[in-house]
Write a protein that binds this ligand. Structure first.
Ligand code: PGA
Length: 263
C-alpha cells in the first residue's frame, strides 16, 4: 500500500489522473472501475482535459461502475448513471457499448448482479479501480458489516451514508435506502486500485482504513490485503494518520530506491 499526500484537492486529482493516463497509454483497451461522489470529480475533469488537449484516448476502454441507487432510473439527476455521463462519459470517447453501470431499476436484481460479475470476468477483469471512501469507511456501498468477500449485491445504506448524501437531493427523505453495489471481494480482484480522499471530514475514516485493523466495520481497511493499492490524499484527509511522516519520507526517498523495491 502506498500513501501519497498532496497539499490540495487539485494536486491530488491531477496526480491521480496521471496514473489513469499511464494505464491507458500502456494498455489502450484497459478495463476501468469507476466511482461516483464528489471526490473523483477533479480527477475526471483532468481526464477530460487530457482527452481534449493531449489526445488521451478512451476508444478501446471498457468501464464498470461500482454502484447505483435502487429505484432511480438512468435519467434521474441523482442517479449514478446520470452522474457518470455528466462528469466524464459525455466528454471522453469511451464507446457506449463498453460502458457498464449497475441498473437501479431491473426487475430481477439477483440475476442482474450475477450478470454484472460475469461481464467483469468476460472483459478480463478490472485493470484499474478508482475508489472514494465514505465517512463510515465504506468503499462503493459496502457499509460497515459487509463481508470482505462480498460480491455485487443489494445493500441497505447506513444512516450516516444517507445523511452524507442528502446534500445531493432536494429533501433528505428522497435519498434511496437501498443500493446495488460491487462487493469488497469484487473490488479486491482489480489488478490495481487507486483510492482518493479529501477534506478533514474523511480523516477518521482514512486513518481507520490505513492504520486500523482489517475489519468489515471499515470496509476500506480490506485494501490492506490488496497487492497494488495507492491512496491519494489531500492534507485534510491525511491529518489523522499517525505515521504521516513515514509516508512522506517514503515519497521523498523514492527516487533513490532500487527499482520495484521501494514500497
Ligand atoms: P464522496 O463519497 O466522494 O461524495 O465524499 C465517497 C463515498 O461515499 O464513497
Amino acid at each position: 500500500m502506498e500513501i501519497i499526500i498532496h497539499e490540495t484537492y487539485e494536486e491530488m486529482s491531477k496526480s491521480a489522473a496521471h496514473v489513469v493516463a499511464h494505464v491507458l497509454n500502456s494498455k489502450p483497451n484497459a478495463v476501468l472501475g469507476l466511482a461516483t461522489g464528489s471526490t473523483p470529480v477533479g480527477l475526471y475533469k483532468e481526464l477530460i482535459r487530457m482527452h481534449k488537449e493531449d489526445g488521451l484516448d478512451f476508444s478501446q476502454v471498457t468501464t464498470f461502475n461500482l454502484d447505483e441507487y435502487v429505484g432511480l432510473s438512468k435519467g434521474h439527476q441523482q442517479s449514478y448513471n446520470y452522474f457518470m455521463y455528466e462528469n466524464l462519459l459525455n466528454h471522453v470517447n469511451v464507446p457506449r457499448h463498453n460502458i457498464y453501470i449497475p441498473s437501479g431499476t431491473t426487475d430481477n436484481y439477483r440475476a442482474f448482479c450475477e450478470w454484472y460479475e460475469q461481464r467483469i470476468k468476460e472483459c478480463g477483469g478490472i485493470d484499474l479501480q478508482i475508489l472514494g471512501i465514505g465517512g463510515d469507511g465504506h468503499i462503493a456501498f459496502n457499509e460497515p458489516g459487509s463481508s470482505l468477500g462480498s460480491r455485487t449485491r443489494i445493500k441497505t445504506l447506513a444512516r450516516q451514508t444517507i445523511d452524507d448524501n442528502a446534500r445531493f437531493f432536494e429533501k433528505p427523505e428522497d435519498v434511496p435506502i437501498y443500493a446495488i453495489t460491487m462487493g469488497v471481494g469484487t473490488i479486491l480482484e482489480a489488478q490495481e486500485i487507486l483510492m482518493l480522499a479529501n477534506g478533514e471530514k474523511k480523516a477518521d475514516a482514512v486513518a481507520a482504513a490505513i492504520e486500523g485493523p482489517v475489519t468489515s466495520q471499515t470496509t476500506a481497511s480490506a485494501l490492506q490485503l490488496h497487492r497494488d493499492t495507492t491512496i491519494y490524499l489531500d492534507r485534510g484527509a491525511a491529518s489523522k494518520l499517525k505515521n504521516i511522516e513515514y509516508y512522506q519520507w517514503i515519497q521523498a526517498k523514492r527516487p533513490g530506491a532500487p527499482t520495484g523495491g521501494w514500497r
